[in-house]
Design a binder for this molecule. Structure first.
Ligand SMILES: Nc1ncnc2c1ncn2[C@@H]1O[C@H](COP(=O)(O)OP(=O)(O)O)[C@@H](O)[C@H]1O
Ligand SMILES: CC(C)(COP(=O)(O)O)[C@@H](O)C(=O)NCCC(=O)O
Ligand SMILES: [K+]
Length: 249
């Protein structure tokens, strides 16, 4: 069984897969290394033979996590590394090593699934969009604050925007104009994300007409799925790319 980790800026997404049977044994989302170990150790059947990781965290943080995994499970984690070219896709950055690894792997996964031009929209701590042409050229992309960052900037830099997580969740039952601070902020930020997604779609249409596939991934993908109904929602898109970048068989 293989432990797969996607270490974003806010959360670690994990899953344990059974390669021979192509099944998923377990998975989840945690906010710390310790919580991760707790959950994976708790998976009674977890007899891991390998581990692969994608991380947008610092080298040091990633190394600490690899050490913890080696100690807990006796496996040496493989960490996905940047590449100029892989699986038919050419990295579009001037300096290929600067492209976020989560973006790169999502792009590899998307091109593999679409087998043609694609737009990847990944909504996590940051909102990201990436474009890949039909012949596998990564054309670059866009990064802007995601839901958690927009929210926390407003809370941090204003004096009267204060609310708790429970009321934030309740506020998102509708996107009508807000009648309280929490509704106004939460709904306003969702509309920003939807606007981001729609604008990327316009860009893709201007380039490719209707001949492309849109992928939607990241923890906040559900907030924009109605705005881009044609999108394929693939929560594990980064893991698809991770398996391609770090084959273990
Ligand atoms: N079970 C969950 N736990 C925490 N956040 C979640 C969960 N499901 C969805 N989310 C949303 O996902 C967002 C984080 O997305 P994610 O793609 O994990 O970010 P990152 O990769 O930057 O850590 C949070 O803002 C939150 O709104
Ligand atoms: C843009 C990101 C911060 C997104 O991180 P995330 O929202 O997935 O936590 C990450 O992909 C990153 O650190 N990229 C390096 C900069 C770049 O891609 O140009
Ligand atoms: K991410």
């Amino acid at each position: 069984m293989i432990l797969e980790l996607d270490c974003g800026n806010s959360f670690i997404k994990w899953r344990v897969i059974h390669t021979a049977e192509a099944t998923m044994v377990g998975g989840g989302i945690v906010d710390s290394d310790q919580a991760l170990l707790g959950e994976v150790i708790g998976l009674a059947t977890a007899r891991l033979t390998a581990c692969r990781i994608v991380s947008v965290r610092s080298e040091e943080e990633t190394a600490v996590l690899c050490t913890l995994i080696a100690q807990a499970f006796g496996v040496q984690a493989r960490v996905a590394q940047p590449a100029i070219q892989m699986a038919g896709v050419r990295n579009g950055y001037e300096d290929y090593q600067r492209l976020g690894m989560d973006r790169w792997l999502a792009v590899l996964g998307a091109y593999h699934l679409a087998k043609g031009a694609c737009l990847v929209i990944d909504l996590g701590t940051a909102a990201k969009a990436d474009f890949v042409s039909a012949d596998g050229e990564h054309l670059g992309g866009y990064i802007c604050p995601g839901m958690p960052l927009m929210r926390s900037q407003l809370r941090t830099h204003t004096r009267r925007i204060r609310y708790d997580d429970a009321s934030a969740e309740r506020a998102l039952t509708s996107l009508q104009p807000g009648r309280s601070t929490v509704e106004a902020v939460e709904r306003g930020c969702v509309l920003m994300l939807q606007g981001f997604a729609r604008t990327q779609l316009e860009q893709a249409r201007a380039q490719w007409g209707d001949d492309f596939t849109v992928f939607l991934t990241g923890g906040d993908a559900p907030l924009v799925r109605d705005a881009v109904p044609m999108a394929r929602v693939v929560p594990d898109l980064v893991f698809v790319g991770l398996a391609m970048a770090c084959p273990l068989d």
